[in-house]
Design a protein. Structure first.
Ligand SMILES: [Zn+2]
Length: 302
């Protein structure tokens, strides 16, 4: 069934790029509402066709000058916690970065509580493979059991280097393997980012900062491969802009927000590449081996 929050809840924080201090309020919403952002009287459905920028973060907008940046970590928390319907009210230009991960948003959702609603959840089931190649970067999605996200990254700094991971995403794996991974950046890029109006709220409190083969944060890393796990978190949040949870297997190589969103748009634009199904329908007409679909869906529902 679809789910929403049991009660409203809020938090305050600074935006990673704008540095603006904002209050974020999460409210329950009706069946089939989806995730909607509200700012300055505008309401913006959190969907791929309302994405207005993908540089360094994912920004949604109403097309009339009202936008909200860095939605991806909050979207990942909503996806990971199985929240289908919510109103997200914000009084500034960017979702607060909190500690750079999705964990503080999951904490908020857990504090508010989650309720089951009166209509069945609809999943976007992938039926055919869609791939995008862009130089050294690529992304693809194909039919698969539940949602699996695989990411590969390759950075010159040896504190990151080459990392790869593949995670079958469900409520448990999201909390244990993904949600605590923080955003990361390189010290030598900070000045240029700030000159471009980015990373102005960034600090060692909300990002892993890397320089000369070392992690500068005194507390160290939360996972040995925290950077690639954060890529999984970003991918999950961006994919949720499809308008619902995806059933498929995604593989990302050096991808980022722009490729994630191009994939979602192409997937939905291609005739016959997907269908919207309830869990029951997915079990009755699997696009992949039946036993696997059943296992993943039962975990996701639990
Ligand atoms: Zn991120």
């Amino acid at each position: 069934m679809q789910q929403t929050l049991k009660a409203s809840i809020h938090c305050n924080g600074v935006g990673l790029h704008s540095g603006a201090r904002t209050t974020l309020r999460l409210h329950p919403a009706d069946v089939d509402c989806g995730i909607r952002f509200r700012r300055n009287g505008a309401t913006i459905l959190a969907r791929h066709d309302h994405v207005v920028a993908t540089r360094m973060c994912t920004t949604v907008g109403d097309g009339n000058g009202v936008s909200i940046g860095t939605v991806e970590h909050l979207m990942a928390a909503l996806a990971g916690c199985g929240i289908d319907n919510a109103i997200i009210e914000i009084d500034g230009p960017e979702v607060p970065v909190m500690d750079g991960s999705a964990e503080p948003f999951v904490f908020l959702i857990d504090c508010a509580g989650v309720v089951s609603q009166s209509a069945a959840r609809r999943y976007l089931q992938v039926l055919t493979t869609v791939s995008i190649e862009d130089g050294e970067r690529s992304i693809s999605i194909r039919p698969g059991e539940g949602l699996t996200i695989g990411c590969n990254i390759d950075f010159a700094d040896e504190a990151v280097g080459k990392q790869s991971i593949s995670i079958g995403v469900d409520a448990d794996s999201f909390k244990s393997e993904i949600m605590r991974a923080r955003t990361f950046g390189f010290e030598h890029e900070i000045e240029a980012l700030r000159a471009a109006g980015l990373a102005r709220g960034g600090s060692l409190d909300n990002a892993v900062v890397i320089s000369g083969g070392k992690v500068l944060n005194v507390e160290g890393l939360r996972y040995e491969d925290e950077c690639v796990r954060h890529k999984v978190l970003d991918t999950l949040g961006d994919l949720y802009l499809a308008g619902g949870p995806i059933l498929g297997r995604v593989d990302c190589r050096r991808a980022g927000h722009e490729l994630h969103l191009r994939l979602v748009s192409q997937l939905l634009a291609r005739p016959g590449a997907t269908r919207w199904v309830t869990a029951e329908e997915a079990l009755a007409m699997p696009a992949c081996p039946r036993a696997e679909v059943g296992r993943r869906l039962s975990v996701a529902a639990g």
